[in-house]
Design a binder for this molecule. Sequence first.
Ligand code: R5P
Length: 312
Amino acid sequence: MKKNFKIFAGSANYLLAKKVAQNLGVALGKAEVVHFADGECRVRVEEELGSGTIFVFQPLCPPVDENLMELSLFGNTLKRNGARKLVAIVPYLSYARQDKVHRKGECLSAEVVAKIIEASDFEKLITFDVHSEKALSFFKIPTENLSTLPVLAETVSSIFRAGKEKADALEDCAVVAPDKGATGRVQRLAKALGVKVVVIEKDRDLLTGRLKIKGVKGEVAGKRVVICDDMITSGGTLVLAAEFLKHQKVSEIFACAVHPLLVKSAPQDLQKSAIKKIITTDIIPVPKEKRFKKLEVVTVASLIASAIENNL
Ligand code: R5P
C-alpha cells in the first residue's frame, strides 16, 4: 500500500492510535501537545505533512472538553501547515446524547460540537457506534458511523461456544436492548450472532437521572442473554437490567458495550452485579484502577485501520 497519508493523535487514547498506525505500517505523526498551568492547551506539528490525507485520532472521552479542544487545535495547526484533506477519527463522539432540546431552555450541544469540529477545518468525521445518528445530522461535512459490534460479537460467540457444540451454542440465547433507543443498534449484534432481540422498557427521570424498568418485550426465561449497550457510564443501566433479568429467571447474563467510560463506582458495581462477563473495546482507555475481573477489553485497532484504508 502506498503510504501517502499521515495519522496524528491527541492525548485521549495515544496507545490505541499507535496500534492503529502499527496496523497500517506507519508511525504516528510528530506533534507537541502542551498543557499550560491554567489548563490552556497548545498543539504544534513537528513534521512536513506531504500531499496525502491527514487523519487526526481523538476519542472525546473524559476529560471530554479538553479532548475536544485538542482535536480542534490539531485541525487548525494541520490546516495552517498545509494539510490538503483533514479527517477527524473520533471513535467516541461525546455530546451525542444531547441531540435535541429535551427541556425548554436547554442548549443543543450536539450541534455545537459539530460546528466546532467543522470550524477546525476537518472535511470528514469518522465515528463508531454513535449514541444517536441524529447527532450526526448537525454536521455539514460528510460523516461515517461505523460499528465495532461485529468484533464484539466474535468474542461473545466464542464465550457462548466454549464447551458446547457449534450447532447448539447459540440455542436459547438472546440479545437484550436495555432500552427502546438501543433496539436498532443491538440488531447488529443479534444479526452477527444469529439470535433474537428482546427489549427492556426503561425510563430515566431527566431531573434526577434515576432509572426505572417497566417491563420486557420478548421471551427471556431460561435463556442465556447478552445485554448490549453503546456505553457504560455509571454502570447503572447494566446493573439494573441485570437485576431485572435475574428476576425473569434467565440462565446466564453477559453484557457488551462499546464505550467503557466507567465513571465513579461503575467497576465495583459491575463486578458485584449479576452479570457474568462484560466485553468492551479499547476505544476509551481503561486504566489499571478501572479494570475488574469480569471485564474483557477487546482491541478494535484493526477495524479502525481498515476505516483509514477505506478513506484513502
Ligand atoms: C442511554 O441512553 C445510553 O445508551 C446508555 O444506556 C447510558 O448512557 C449508560 O449510562 P449508565 O452506565 O450511567 O447507565
